[in-house]
Design a protein around this ligand. Structure first.
Ligand code: ARG
Length: 468
């Protein structure tokens, strides 16, 4: 079997080691990108006067045919000859030479697989990241719908997983949407990082042919050219950034999944899972399990693992290309596939979530109004620390007597502070609590309505793949 590099060797390489080093079984996903890069390179060589126009024309036609075949016929990648190909670059070159012979052998002039793989990875991610962003937008839209349906429903918010303060249920859904919006922007940042053409770097030192790399960049949709050929051939920071963006989005999905798992449980009962988004138990007939949400939560582990594993691969690598870098592909593919699947699964579950208004509202009442009682006293001129202490004493009493603020008579209120008057009954309710909030990021109904309107505007196209 001849390899792209066989010339230097007298004997054949060890078959098992060739298989060990091969990446074609997974990097063939870069086929379209490799052909796109090769078409542009052929043009650049022609313009530089390195390739005659007849040869360039033959290469162009043959690569075009190969692209069409690759798109329509999966068997193209599974032929006997393809089984011997080391990687996607070897595959494309062998197929090209099989079609047109000698001109095909001229395509690799002044080019190295080290820069080819870098440009392929970048082109691939330029195609794929906008798809991930679209899936993020779709999920965010479903959160906006849930926020809208929630209307003025109340629920408790939690800190330390203990009841904290009443909030609008809409505010809870919009909280998860806010994290996803940051994820969208983070991916936009990754797209910007990717937006540099590495071609012209050669194997490491640059190329000896007068290729117009700026024209080549424009031709391939890059807005910049890399600044250093040594760095460029060994740089996979954009893969690290992609993995980080994917891992962090998975972390957000796992937190949302956890909230929904808890809040749809018998113990909380604030929300109800659609039957279609739950599974039964083979043994316990009463069970309605949130399996899809648990899988989303669980799969966050594999994406975090890919990020951690990849950074470990990069750590201590000498600058320039090393074969270790080939590990980038499986990490990237698995991370983006897992994220894509989880964004869709989370959306499918959220689409069927309904609110148990009464249960959630009842849980938003009770001792979690204590801060509002303190604020009531502050409004009457009491220093906050002192108000906190007074209310703490009331809470202690209510816990001992198994009562809530609502059950206190005016005399009982006034036994704790003469500043309480008849208005206290109306002031200390969950609805009054949210209505008392004053800041734009708060759970005040007007603030939440404005946040939802802002989100709708973003969803309608305020976002672009490259922008926030
Ligand atoms: N399959 C290789 C990779 O993914 C392509 C670059 C190979 N370059 C080399 N000099 N062996 O990294």
């Amino acid at each position: 079997m001849a390899h792209l590099w066989s010339g230097r060797f007298a004997g054949d390489p060890d078959a098992a080691l060739v298989e060990f080093g091969a990446s074609f079984t997974f990097d063939r996903r870069l086929f379209e990108d490799d052909v796109a890069g090769s078409l542009a390179w052929a043009e650049a060589l022609e313009r530089a006067g390195v390739l005659g126009s007849a040869d360039a024309g033959l290469i162009r036609v043959a690569l075009g045919e190969m692209l069409a075949r690759g798109r329509s016929d999966p068997a193209f990648f599974l032929t006997e000859a393809a089984r011997g190909d080391e990687d996607v670059h070897s595959f494309v070159e062998r197929e090209l030479v099989a079609r047109i012979g000698e001109p095909g052998r001229r395509l690799h002039t002044g080019r190295s697989r080290n820069e080819q793989v870098a440009v392929d990875m970048r082109l691939y991610l330029k195609r794929r990241i906008p798809e991930l962003q679209r899936a993020i937008v779709a999920l965010t839209g479903i959160l906006a719908d849930r926020a809208q349906d929630a209307s003025d429903s109340l629920m408790p918010s939690y800190t330390h997983m203990r009841r904290a303060q009443p909030v609008l249920a809409a505010h809870f859904f919009l909280a998860h949407a806010a994290a996803l919006r940051r994820d969208h922007r983070r991916f936009a940042g990754v797209l910007d990082e990717i937006d540099e053409l590495p071609l012209g770097s050669g194997a490491i030192a640059g190329t000896s042919y007068a290729v117009d790399v700026h024209a080549l960049a424009t031709r391939l949709g890059f807005s910049r050219v890399v600044v250093n050929s040594i760095d460029a051939t060994g740089d996979r920071d954009f893969v690290s950034s992609l993995l980080h963006a994917a891992a962090l989005t998975m972390v957000h999905l796992s937190r949302m999944a956890e909230d929904l798992i808890l809040f749809t449980s018998e113990e909380f009962g604030f929300f109800e899972l659609a039957d279609a988004a739950a599974t039964g138990s083979s043994l316990m007939p009463q069970k309605k399990n949130p399996d899809p949400l648990e899988l989303v939560r669980g799969k966050a582990g594999r994406v975090i693992g890919r990020l951690a594993g990849w950074l470990a691969t990069m750590k201590g690598l000498p600058i320039g290309y090393s074969k270790d870098l080939q590990e980038d592909k499986e990490a990237m593919f698995e991370a983006e596939e897992t994220l894509h699947a989880c964004l869709h699964a989370a959306g499918a579950v959220l689409a069927g979530i309904s609110i148990n208004r009464d249960v959630a509202g009842a849980a938003a009442s009770g001792l979690l109004l204590a801060t509002d009682v303190a604020d009531y006293l502050v409004a009457k001129g009491v220093p906050f620390r002192q108000a906190h202490e007074t209310v703490g004493a009331i809470v202690r009493r209510l816990i001992a007597e198994r009562r809530t603020f609502e059950s206190l008579t005016l005399d009982e209120w006034r036994a704790h502070s003469m500043l309480f008057d008849a208005g206290v009954r109306d002031a200390i309710t969950p609805a009054a609590s949210v209505a008392r909030k004053r800041t734009p990021q708060s759970t005040h109904p007007d603030a939440v309505a404005a946040a939802l309107a802002d989100l709708r505007q973003w969803l309608r196209g305020g976002q672009t793949p490259r922008g926030a």
